[in-house]
Write a protein that binds this ligand. Structure first.
Ligand SMILES: NC(=O)c1ccc[n+]([C@@H]2O[C@H](COP(=O)([O-])OP(=O)(O)OC[C@H]3O[C@@H](n4cnc5c(N)ncnc54)[C@H](O)[C@@H]3O)[C@@H](O)[C@H]2O)c1
Length: 371
């Protein structure tokens, strides 16, 4: 990898024979799992039909503590104009208790690149990984589509009489017509393009009678354009219960930022834990960001035992976004291979190191290419 300063500006090439990827490992285990994602992506590129160019950025706690810089000036425009996609690790460091750098970088990129879709697939890749009794791979395959740029995460609010016994704290839940419509439409489009039969919209419109009334009205309108797809509504509390009781009911779930955050973690645990869960922060047709769902895990950072499969699956989502479908399928098959052979890190019951799993996957990709 090279630093950005040495790179030439190149036009966007999504869907073409070459793609330019920004790599932001971040903090903690982000710096351990992301190189494994890059390793298997390099193996994919070495198959010869495609070219991937990587440029790494050292944004994270170290730089923030050293230079006071979180997201450098001009970074958003540079990523938007010069890169096809971003492979991201994780942010969070105990030396920055406020996590200010993480908010600046990750939320900054989500908002400023307008990455309004947070796609979080919940897929059981091996039946031994689910805590649910008598469930197999075919029972758990859900795409959770979380709204990613609005809701309670916009940071609108304030304190009144802060620090006193009469303190009031207000956090506003922002829902725009445009924002709600585009995420619901994305969910239906995703279902249509992937030949999935069912979309479930989840909200709390019985209690949140303004914000989620908007979700209700937009959902009823948009679903009329997708008559072939079975659409359904569940309150978020019922959805959480039903995902555990019978996850076979769901193909695509669409919900707001906060509820999507929570139920995708529930889903991740149903499918084997955080170490395996990938996500895409997407704006269709624009530079988008792919990352494992997990954080920087300071409790295991530096030990070389972090599970790299979430990062590898995020890399596979990135390849799908770039329309490199066959290459994405190869990475997914490789991940299933590690699980079948139990060639995995301790969080999944194995004894392998992070880099050993990455090496096995890179070799798998090369072997698959030769067959
Ligand atoms: N997208 C992000 O960058 C992101 C997401 C969540 C949390 N965070 C940050 O990460 C830091 C730690 O947060 P946390 O502890 O709540 O969540 P975490 O996801 O980092 O860790 C939760 C638990 O899961 C384990 N774990 C997570 N990923 C793993 C992996 N790949 N392999 C093996 N075990 C894994 C950890 O060891 C820990 O026990 C905080 O600063 C938090 O703000 C960042």
């Amino acid at each position: 990898m090279s630093t950005h300063e040495n790179e030439q500006k190149v036009p966007l090439r999504s869907g073409g024979p070459a793609a330019r990827i920004a790599v932001i490992p971040g903090d903690g285990i982000g710096k351990e799992v992301t190189p494994e994602g890059v390793k298997v992506l390099r193996a994919v590129a070495a198959r010869g039909k495609r070219a991937l160019e990587f440029v790494e950025f050292d944004w994270g706690a170290e730089k923030y503590l050293r230079e006071g810089v979180s997201l450098p000036a001009g970074a958003v425009e540079m990523l938007r104009d010069e890169f096809d996609a971003i492979l991201f690790g994780a942010l969070g460091d105990p030396r920055v208790p406020s996590n200010q750098h993480a908010a600046d970088i990750l939320l900054g990129l989500r908002f400023k690149l307008d990455l309004y879709v947070n796609a979080r697939p919940v897929e059981l890749l091996h039946e031994r990984l689910t805590p649910l009794r008598d469930r197999t791979e075919k029972d758990l395959r859900i795409m959770v589509v979380r709204e990613n740029t609005e809701g309670l995460y916009v940071g609108v609010g304030g304190f009144f009489k802060k620090g006193t016994a009469d303190e009031i704290a207000v956090q506003e839940d922002v829902n725009s017509r445009k924002g709600v419509e585009r995420i619901i439409r994305y969910a239906f489009e995703y279902a249509r393009q992937n030949r999935l039969k069912r979309v479930c919209m989840s909200d709390k419109s019985n209690a949140m009678t303004f914000a989620h009334d908007l979700w209700q009205r937009v959902f009823k309108e948009v679903r009329q354009e997708y008559a072939e797809i079975e659409s359904r509504h569940l309150y978020i509390d019922t959805l959480a219960m039903e995902m555990v009781r019978d996850p076979r009911q769901f193909d695509v779930i669409v919900t707001c930022n906060l509820f999507g955050d929570i139920i995708s973690d529930l889903g991740a645990q149903l499918a084997g834990g955080l170490g395996l869960a990938p996500s895409g922060n997407i704006h269709p047709g624009r530079t988008s960001l792919f990352e494992p769902v997990h954080g920087s895990a300071p409790n295991i950072a530096g030990k070389g035992i972090a599970n790299p499969l979430g990062s590898v699956l995020a890399a596979a989502m990135m390849l799908e976004f770039l329309e490199w479908k066959a290459e994405a399928a190869t990475l997914q098959a490789g991940v299933k291979g590690t699980l079948l052979k139990n060639y995995v890190t301790p969080d999944l019951g194995g004894d392998k190191k992070t880099a050993e799993v990455g090496d096995w996957l890179a070799e798998f990709v090369a072997r698959t290419a030769r067959d």
